[in-house]
Design a protein around this ligand. Structure first.
Ligand code: SF4
Ligand code: SF4
Length: 232
């Protein structure tokens, strides 16, 4: 969900015009009261994506893109614009409207105080959703410990330096992340849509917005660094 910060505010506006602008560029983050929607199957796990701790995300409270201090589980986006998967662009309507998550109910783009108050509060995590008894839980813990998000804020310094151990380390982690996903997906018959919930987006994808390209080599992915990286 594109929280109000990117939505043009109108001082005169006093109610929702159902323009759908808050449903583009990503679905809503889920909160405690939304757990029942997942447990009842109204929102299947395959429609969720995890943003792991450390991933860069827009913080509407400070109006900046920053590393996340805690993980978030969000409704998945679709298409180039990454519209919320429940957003019907033809009718600019929500196909989940009667059962939409709390953040969607609270959002009033013309009066953002309540939604801003919810940011990073009582947000759902993977553990809340699947519980520690799920056979995949230990693998989530292992994945987070072995292949954490890199320090994205240090990427400009890394890019400015010559090829070095840190760059090679990052490449190794990127490849390790992919191998881990591949192995677990085969062993547990996970689809890509499940994988995005259990392990978030692959690290190589998270590097692409910084201009770090990848190519395939016989040894796995190779990272190609731009001369300069500017933080968003
Ligand atoms: S809250 Fe209503 S008026 Fe505001 S952006 Fe969302 S759909 Fe449009
Ligand atoms: S669930 Fe509905 S209201 Fe909420 S972001 Fe998606 S399309 Fe918009």
């Amino acid at each position: 969900m594109n929280t109000n910060e990117d939505v043009t505010l109108s001082r005169q506006q006093e109610s929702c015009k159902q323009c759908g602008q808050c449903c583009v560029n990503g679905g809503a983050a889920l909160h405690g009261p939304d757990l029942g929607l997942i447990q009842s199957g109204r929102i299947p796990q395959s429609n969720l994506i995890t943003l792991r701790k450390g991933e860069m995300a827009h913080n509407p409270v400070v109006g900046k893109v920053q590393p996340l201090e805690q993980e978030l589980v969000k409704l998945k986006g679709t298409g180039k614009q990454w519209n919320c998967c429940y957003f019907d662009i033809g009718s600019t309507g929500c196909s989940l409207y009667e059962h939409r998550p709390l953040a969607c109910r609270v959002l009033q783009c013309w009066d953002p105080e309540k939604i801003l108050d919810m940011v990073n509060r009582d947000t759902l995590t993977r553990r809340d959703i699947i519980g520690e008894d799920d056979p995949l839980w230990p693998l989530i813990v292992e994945h987070d410990g072995t292949f954490p998000c890199p320090d994205f804020l240090s990427l400009p310094d890394l890019a400015a330096g010559e090829p070095n151990v840190s760059k090679q380390d990052l490449q190794n982690i990127v490849n390790g992340d992919l191998r881990f996903r591949d192995k677990v997906s085969k062993e547990h018959s996970l689809k890509v849509s499940d994988e995005l919930f259990y392990f978030g987006r692959p690290l190589f994808q998270l590097l692409q917005p910084f201009g770090i390209r990848v190519s395939e080599s016989p040894f796995g992915l190779e990272l190609h660094w731009p001369r300069e990286i500017k933080l968003p």
